[in-house]
Design a protein around this ligand. Sequence first.
Ligand code: HAM
Length: 422
Amino acid sequence: MEIKAIRGFNDVLPEEIGTWQFVERTAREVFEGFGFSEIRIPILERTELFSRGIGEATDIVEKEMYTFTDRSGNSLTLRPEATASMARAYLEHKLYSFDPVAKLYCIGPMFRYERPQKGRYRQFYQIDAEVFGVSNPMVDAEVILMLIHFLKRVGLRDLELEINSLGCRECRPPYREALKRFLTGRAFLLCEDCKRRLEINPLRIFDCKVETCKGAILEAPQVTDFICEGCRDHFEKVKEYLSMAGLSFVINPRMVRGLDYYTRTAFEVVSYQLGAQNAVTGGGRYDNLFREIGGVDIPGIGFAVGIERLISLLPERKDLVLYPHLFIAALGTEAQRRAYELMNRLHLEGIRAEIDYEGKSLKSQMRRADKLKARYVLILGEAELAKEKGVLRNMINQSQEEVPIQSILSLLKGKILRTEKS
Ligand code: HAM
């Protein structure tokens, strides 16, 4: 029986990879220009890093983690996100001892056992950026500016930046109580999951997709009415710094984010093109995360962009597919040997060349060159070979000329450079 990929796990095929590489390349360029360095973290971590970091009573930890026991009896989990791992690495390697401020990014796959649908997968990729060690609201706006700049550079349009403040350790508990009181009166509207959430983590009810739960929460008290003076001041400054950076935003008091570590600033960039799964990216400040995983008070802020969702919104970029620069159509054994030799020389110079390995007819080689969308074809027949020449055909305008085999390399380099620059 043919073995297929696991549900919710995708292959990224050669025809799509150009866009993926472009998105990742742009992220590196933009983030490094903002002073961020790449960090690579493991895909597997101890389960408690996520259960403590993200929060026991979140959907991710309760029902979406790929957790298993290894042969030594350790409980391990495939990372559902990168923030907790990056914070762990910062603590473990004492990155703060060089400079307390660390600006880090990472790109890679995350794993969540969610119900697969368009834009929601079990293995998906994130581009994640974090700043550790700064509590000044300037950095909140700096990170958001970097995010928006990146999204614009890859070609996203018509996006909306939504922000909210989630309060802190001091002002969140009274809000939680008020929310609980409000929802207890409407508990009959809540689904079974939300009835349980009401007791342990009522904020999570905001994320529920069940219609009656959405109705129950409609007129619920808003977190921004409960935040303390410190949080209010922080939020005001974030708005001011965003405006100074030329960014417009919408305040969404219902956006609570699905992970428990957030405090104060939370943000999402949404696209209405994406339907239900409309968040391309989400992030925020998490002054509680380090305390949960390391017992220390270190502030942090960051975001993660879902690569699949981002790419689904980008206009198709045919120019990012890599076609052969040259197809060498050889006729006869000697010509095929010369084609092989020439192809090697071109490859060593970074020119994508293809040959026919099967001694096919000229017609079928031309058909293949056409199908592969080769820019040029060099025809090497016996007659041309005798003169150390070949016929170079431009597949776009169909013009052709006889050229010395010796000069193919320099000729192509010139032509390719000219067209790739234009
Ligand atoms: P998140 O909102 O859970 O946040 O995920 C961030 C982004 O990852 C989402 O906006 C979405 O584009 C993408 N994403 C999430 N789940 C899936 C899925 N099942 N399939 C496809 N794409 C998905 C976090 O992960 C936080 N760690 C973000 C953060 C960084 N906060 C502070 N620093």
